[in-house]
Design a protein around this ligand. Sequence first.
Ligand SMILES: [Fe+2]
Length: 105
Amino acid sequence: MLTEVIGEMGGDPTSQTPCADISAVAAMGLIQVLTDPRTTLAQGLQALLTAELTDNAAWELLIELAEQGGHDELVPPFQKALSSETEHEEKIRQWLRTMVMDEAT
Ligand SMILES: [Fe+2]
């Protein structure tokens, strides 16, 4: 969806901007956590929660930017994506909470 939106706005969705570069570097840290054989399931969920929280913040920001920039047609699909990411965040929070609380008792 974002590839289409960027293209329609005259941008190049394949360009590696400084922000995209930083996001990729940050994501590499999460991938390292997830692919380390010593990582526990709870630690993996913690890393996924970091990614989901970041996704949610990014969609919230994009919605705000679309509204402010007068791109009202983009708000509903962006809100749909945010809703989906919020669902992911809630599930991962729940799984992590259950796992940690079970270990604590
Ligand atoms: Fe997600």
